[in-house]
Structures are given as C-alpha cells and as structure tokens.
Design a protein around this ligand. Structure first.
Ligand SMILES: CCC(=O)SCCNC(=O)CCNC(=O)[C@H](O)C(C)(C)COP(=O)(O)OP(=O)(O)OC[C@H]1O[C@@H](n2cnc3c(N)ncnc32)[C@H](O)[C@@H]1OP(=O)(O)O
Length: 296
C-alpha cells in the first residue's frame, strides 16, 4: 500500500523535463542563480495534510530572485517526499501573488545562454510541482504577472480573490512564456483563448478567469470583517472537499488523473492499473468493505 511500481517512471520518479542527457546541469545553473539573493519560499506542512507554500518577497511584489528559484526547487523536493501530504496551496506573501522574475536578475542575466538555462531550471521545477502526488491550488490575491501567471498554471486549480489579476505580460516585455506557462495554458483554456491571453497580454480578472475556465472559484468578500475568513482559510476549506480521506488514496486519485492528462491512452491505462493495484486491498479499501458502506 503506497509505493507504486508504474510503467511510467517519467511521471512518478523523475518529474523533470531536462537532465544531463539534454546537456543540462542543474547544479551549474543553481550556482549562477544563487548570485541573485533576496526573498524566500516558505513551506508549512500541516497535520491536515495540506501544506502552504508562500512566495515571499514583498518589497518586490514577490518577484522571483535567483535564490528563490533554487529555494522553490528544494521545497518541491520536500513535498515530493511528504508521505502524509494530500494537498498544497501556493500563495504570495502580503496579499499579492507574484510579479514574475526579479527584473534586476533578468537584466543581469540577459545573455541568452543563461536565460535558457534559467528557463530550463524553472520548467523542471514547475513541471515537478504540477506532477506532485498532491492536489494543488494557486490562491491568487493581487497580481500574478509574467512568471507569476505561469506559476498559477503549474497548480491543479486556481482560486481568485475579487480584484486579483492573472496577466501574461510577456509580450509587453518582448518575451513569450518560458517556464512552461504557454503549454499549460493551452491545456487549461484551449489554444484560441491562450492566443488571446498571450497576444493581447489580457488582464484576466476573476470573472473572466471563471468564464474561460482558468479560475476554479472566486473567494468570497464578507463585509463583516469580524466574521470574514482570510483568503487562505477559504482556500483551505475549498481544497479540503477533495482531500478528505487517507493520504495514499488521495495521492492515488491525483496520480490517475495526472497519467490520464499526460500519457498516451495505452500508457495511461497501464499506469492506472498499477495505481489501482497499490490501493486494492489496502487499509482504506478493507475498512470500506468491512463497514458495508452505502453511498447515499
Ligand atoms: C518570466 C518572465 C517574467 O516574469 S518578466 C517579469 C514580469 N513582471 C513584470 O514586469 C512586473 C513589473 N511590475 C509591475 O508591473 C508593478 O510593479 C506591479 C507588480 C503591477 C505593482 O505595481 P505597484 O503596486 O504600483 O507597485 P510598484 O511598481 O511600486 O512595485 C513595488 C516595488 O516592487 C518592485 N517590483 C515589482 N515587480 C518587480 C519585478 N518583477 N522585479 C523586480 N522588482 C519588482 C518595484 O520595482 C518596486 O520597487 P521600488 O519600491 O521602486 O524599489
């Protein structure tokens, strides 16, 4: 019960896209990124099985310094190894989400070799984030711009506060997404909507986000401040609808959906069979059978 021997090691063993076989050295780019300090990525693993990952660099509207990129990779590794985990909420500190790459680091790394390596590093990390065996939610308050917008697409779901904006501002910067955000956006909203959002650098508010299927919900505003739940509390209660139950079963749910999303049908079917085998006859299954449960 738990360890899954699947026929698709790419999803569950090494979720990365680039490795030494692509001439990519993770350690080499890490060293370069660490030359750009500032901010942090904070991880709080809770007894509920829901972790909170906070992008924390408020003086720069939570822009990603190089050190934060390295920190994110380390926190994703910790989440990959979290046996009791079921879900993760990604939020920004101080009521705003993330304003993308730290433009000071971008200016200093403007040769295209380093830019490409940074992009490969972030693609690896964000792909691993999306492939975690945890149900993930981006809690968007304030602005999610550029790489911040890309980060929201590396979660299974997005919840938006009213007044918040997701904007792929890349075109205004003479860029396109490079952290995997374009590929994921197409999967989420379809190629026509993706073309509109990228080509027009459209400001997606919560209403438009829900309309095109980018956002999965809008946080409530309670005018009675004493009773009002914070965005994080609302996101935790929204996510808990899907994380009730034992961790191995929730992880298995995420894995079957992930394989269906990413693999060919025949590979996905084989993987689903392996994952099924990992929960069949497990404690939750035996307990449910013994209790003759009715699903009324
Ligand atoms: C992967 C590709 C990318 O991600 S490229 C980066 C894309 N992002 C951007 O271009 C964001 C640029 N920033 C903005 O548009 C505005 O700062 C936003 C986020 C809308 C906030 O506006 P506003 O509320 O008026 O605050 P502000 O501009 O005074 O900013 C406060 C301090 O934060 C800084 N800041 C903001 N974003 C970044 C960033 N991406 N990199 C580095 N610093 C950033 C501002 O420069 C400002 O700093 P300071 O107070 O002037 O020292």
């Amino acid at each position: 019960y738990g360890s899954v021997s699947t026929s698709s090691p790419i999803l569950f063993c090494s979720g990365s896209v680039y490795s030494s076989i692509h001439g990519f050295s993770q350690e080499e780019i890490k060293e370069k990124l660490l030359a750009f300090p500032g901010g942090s990525i904070d991880l709080l693993k809770q007894d509920s099985g829901i972790a909170v990952l906070t992008i924390n660099n408020p003086p720069r509207m939570n822009a990603f310094s190089g050190a934060m990129m390295v920190d994110l990779e380390e926190k994703v590794t910790q989440l990959e190894n979290w046996t009791d985990g079921k879900g993760v909420i990604v939020q920004g500190a101080a009521q705003t989400f993330c304003s993308g790459s730290d433009l000071n680091a971008v200016r200093a790394m403007s040769n295209s070799q380093d830019g490409m390596k940074m992009c490969m590093f972030m693609q690896n990390t964000l792909t691993r984030l999306l492939r975690l065996p945890l149900i993930s939610v981006a809690l968007v308050e304030g602005n999610a711009l550029g790489g911040g917008a890309e980060l929201t697409t590396a979660c299974d779901f997005r919840l938006m506060a009213s007044g918040s904006v997701i904007q792929f501002v890349h075109k205004h910067m003479g860029l396109v997404p490079g952290w995997g955000g374009a590929a994921r956006l197409v999967t989420l909203v379809g190629s026509r909507n993706a073309l509109k959002l990228l080509g027009g650098a459209v400001k997606v508010d919560s209403e438009l986000g829900v309309h095109i299927g980018l956002a999965d919900g809008v946080l409530k505003v309670d005018l009675d401040a004493a009773r009002a739940e914070t965005g994080l509390q609302q996101a935790e209660s929204w996510l808990s609808q899907y994380t009730k139950g034992p961790a191995p079963v929730i992880k298995a749910v995420k894995k079957v959906v992930l394989s269906g999303r990413e693999l060919s049908l025949s590979d996905a079917l084989r993987t689903e069979k392996d994952i099924f085998g990992s929960v069949w006859g497990g404690p939750a299954n035996l307990q449910a059978l013994a209790s003759k449960s009715k699903h009324k």
